[in-house]
Design a protein around this ligand. Sequence first.
Ligand code: SAM
Length: 280
Amino acid sequence: MSESILYVVSTPIGNLDDMTPRAIKVLNAVDVIAAEDTRHSRKLMSHFGIDTPMVPCHEHNEGYQSEQLLKRLAAGDSVALVSDAGTPLISDPGFVLVRKVREAGYKVVPVPGCCALIAALSVSGLATDRFYFEGFLPAKSSGRKKKLEALVSCTHTWAVYESTHRILDSLADFKEVLGAERYIVLAREMTKTFETVIAGTVEEVEQILLDDSNQCRGEFVVLVQGAPEEEKDEEVDQEARKWLELLITELPPKKAAAIVSEMTGYRKKQLYDVVLELKG
Ligand code: SAM
């Protein structure tokens, strides 16, 4: 396949049945596969009968390897980027390569598939209309708490990746910074034999892990329910006033204020005062 394209190819996060037919097709067809760990990816490629040559592309050689791969693209070769699992660049190498390839004017094509963050989010039952991803929290408790303090009032659902070694220490810091009552969802070993999703307050989830060391094993996505939206206290804007004007023709003032409060985040009392003002 000679076409000077970099394909960014997602691979399974546990269950090999999640490998997409398109990923297999592309990995077979490209001239070279850039892999985070060639030994690790070789097993995956062998499973699917793919024998395309591989080169390593990881955090320690990505700058150098990107230059080498650019030369191959210039020569008309096509390249596929894979990481050990899931979607490259998502808490994985690849950013340097993709940036350089785009800057050089070559096409970068996604071959989407698994991503632990999205898999976890999709089953969490937490709001998904907006969310924030922090990647891995710092390894040391002091750095971790600092990050958590910055996230404590984030009103969107937010998520971090966590490892078996740190999950209990992290939960202890969650409890200290976010409070024991914050609602979280722990997605463990997604798509694998011991897939588990535990939801509850930080304290409840921590207790489940303390009571059963098996629940501390494997790979984790920790999802956190956002902090409640702060009620607005600034002056009621024109749009909210218009809604009130409209609703008070049909509803009692209190009901109209309550509905517009739900819609806009202004305090009910504040809106009720506007209703009285409108009614003269
Ligand atoms: N690029 C990957 C992706 O698309 O999800 C993430 C790579 S990152 C180096 C590895 C981390 O992702 C793990 O420590 C864990 O937090 C999360 N992870 C990967 N596979 C997972 C799985 N099957 N279940 C839960 N979390 C997983």
